[in-house]
Design a protein around this ligand. Structure first.
Ligand code: HEC
Length: 158
């Protein structure tokens, strides 16, 4: 009786090992949802998130002096952090095969977006408005570098 039980467990153990081995040797299919084209990723994912970062710290100069706009509440800082996080991930999304225009410089520009957005994210976590302002400028340069090379805004886009 005891022996039988041990055998049973052994069999289960062996079967378990085989199924784990099978699972590991199978390559994951890597099928991505490609519903959004590049234009939609730009307009619906990247642009609104960048706007949150850019609008967060501003200096408005009028004849009566310079007014500073900066995040006030915890909720303000959190929303900036979330948008910066979206931009970090957007850099990764841009490297997906169906969006990337090539395997070299495109990837560098996409990484540059993520890296600068990471600085913005840290600035938001530290509630450091100066660092956030600078990171916003560097994010803008990352957008512009890629647009200068790959986007032709004069032509009708699909
Ligand atoms: C890795 C390259 C790359 C990066 C980085 C990038 N873009 Fe773009 N973007 C493009 C290309 C290419 C187009 C034109 C694509 C099209 O319209 O089909 C474009 C188009 C756009 C458009 C216009 C969409 C349209 O055609 O109407 C907006 C808005 C935009 N980008 C915003 C941004 C912002 C904001 C950033 C930075 C926060 C950014 N992009 C970063 C490559 C990039």
């Amino acid at each position: 009786m005891r022996k039988e039980t041990t055998m049973k467990f052994k069999t289960i153990f062996v079967l378990l090992c085989i199924s784990i081995l099978n699972a590991c040797s199978q390559k994951s299919p890597h099928t991505y949802n490609s519903t959004l084209n590049l234009k939609q990723v730009m307009e619906w994912v990247i642009d609104p998130s960048a706007d949150v970062v850019w609008d967060s710290v501003k200096y408005i100069t009028t004849s009566s002096g310079t007014e500073e706009i900066s995040p006030k509440t915890d909720a303000d800082w959190e929303s900036i952090r979330n948008s910066a996080a979206t931009l970090i991930q957007a850099g990764n999304i841009l490297m997906l095969d169906h969006l990337a225009k090539d395997n070299q410089q495109w990837h560098e520009f996409a990484k540059r977006l993520s890296t600068n957005a990471e600085v913005a994210l840290k600035a938001a976590q530290n509630k450091d408005k100066d660092a956030l302002f600078d990171a916003g400028g560097n994010i803008y340069n990352a957008c512009k570098a890629c647009h200068d090379k790959y986007a032709n805004f004069d032509k009708p886009q699909n």
